[in-house]
Design a protein around this ligand. Structure first.
Ligand code: F6R
Ligand code: MG
Ligand code: MG
Length: 383
């Protein structure tokens, strides 16, 4: 019997700004999931939050994109939204882009990461959930985990990992995907995933036997909604140990607080700070972007755990460096490269301001007008 792990998340409103999920909304979602467990729709579940995002971790035997499971998540978010509205929480119902559920949650706002697996005799997994950033934020650590021997010792010394991994990369603008092999094609992989706003690693497979190793949510809410409705805070499921990176190799990938887009108003680069569940709240400048990790074992669909993976002094230095980087970046104020590049700002509220100013510009004789922005030319390979 196969087990499916579904992690589905949405921001349905939060306390005191885009800051933290209110426990009463989690209780409302819990009722729906408890009922679904009783009725046999799901086998087990765990509800948590990172910042303003509610995270539903569910297991079942129904496969990916299952209507009943997705409807359960939708109902949980809807019930939680009712409570959020009742309590007058901020941005209640924010990520639910539609009023009616139809088939599955794709394109409806919530972020989804699902993985159908044949459980190994012991099936340890790690689930990562971030607030104030976007799906491409998991490109860097996945590369470290599955392709960088300086991070993952097993790539060199474990025969079951030595052949490497396959990366399925999605172009979120074109709606196309490509699968590339590591280590042979790592330069090609990096050529794409180094632009994480466009190219997102969706799945990683072990090359030797095609076994699924990781899956990431790829929904970009702003691209779906056509306007800024909050950032597309991502989730990722990673299988660990015994032919996959060890838990410690997976966590090692987060020991460097690399810069990710998001943070305040979804418009700034900032360091991704791994924190404990207790510290999973967005505070300074609505951040800095935060990451939590929960470790489970899955047994016949049962979720054993979790262990709060970053609740550990071993990550204190990472957090300290993240705070230093936050200070450094903040001192740029509204200037790039703290503020995102213009192409990414198109998906924020900045165009409204630019529109207003447009009428005040006047033509300058003798100054050549570029037909396209420098960026567009580069993309087309033009001069
Ligand atoms: C970022 C985020 C927050 C808000 C900011 C302004 O993803 O959710 O940083 O963008 O707090 O929020 P509004 O416009 O709702 O006042
Ligand atoms: Mg959020
Ligand atoms: Mg939000």
């Amino acid at each position: 019997m196969k087990t499916t792990i579904s992690v589905i998340k949405a921001d349905i409103g939060s306390l005191a700004g885009h800051h933290v999920v209110h426990p009463d909304t989690m209780a409302a979602a819990n009722k729906v999931l408890a009922e679904a467990k009783k009725n046999g729709v799901i086998i087990d579940y765990y509800i948590t939050n990172v910042g303003d995002d509610m995270e539903l971790i569910m297991t079942h035997n129904r496969g990916e994109l299952d209507t009943k499971v997705h409807e359960t998540a939708w109902d949980a978010f809807k019930e939680a939204t009712k409570v959020a509205k009742d309590l007058g929480l901020y941005a209640a119902g924010q990520d639910l882009l539609s009023d009616t559920f139809s088939g599955n949650l794709k394109g409806m706002g919530p972020g989804i990461a699902e993985m159908e697996i044949e459980e190994r005799p012991a099936e340890p997994i790690a689930i990562f959930m971030a607030d104030k950033t976007e799906p491409g934020a998991f490109n860097y650590p996945q590369y470290k985990m599955f392709a960088d021997p300086f991070n993952t010792a097993g790539l060199v010394i474990d025969p079951t990992m030595h052949e490497g991994y396959k990366f399925e990369i999605l172009d979120v603008y074109a709606g196309e995907s490509v699968t590339l092999n590591a280590p042979e094609e790592i330069y090609d992989i990096l050529a794409l995933i180094g632009t994480p706003s466009q190219y997102v690693i969706r799945r990683v497979y072990r090359k030797a036997d095609n076994m699924i190793a990781s899956v990431t949510s790829i929904e970009r809410l702003n691209l779906l909604a056509g306007k800024y409705v909050g950032k597309d805070d991502p989730v990722m499921i990673v299988r660990v140990q015994h032919g996959f990176p060890a838990l410690g190799e997976v966590l090692e990938a987060f020991s460097f607080p690399y810069l990710v887009p998001g943070w305040m108003r979804g418009s700034h680069y900032g360091p991704l700070m791994p924190v404990s569940q207790r510290d999973a709240r967005a505070t300074r400048f609505d951040g800095p972007p935060r990451l939590i990790g929960l470790g489970f074992n899955v047994k016949n669909g049962r979720l054993v755990g979790p262990s709060d993976l970053f609740d550990d002094p071993a990550f204190d230095e990472t957090r300290r460096l993240a705070e230093q980087i936050a200070d450094y970046m903040r001192r740029h104020g509204p200037f790039m490269p703290h503020r995102l590049e213009p192409t990414e700002m198109e998906y924020t509220t900045l165009p409204l301001i630019q529109q207003k100013l447009k009428a005040r510009f006047k033509k300058e004789a003798g100054v050549a007008e570029a037909k396209k922005s420098i960026y567009e030319k580069q993309v087309e390979g033009g001069d």
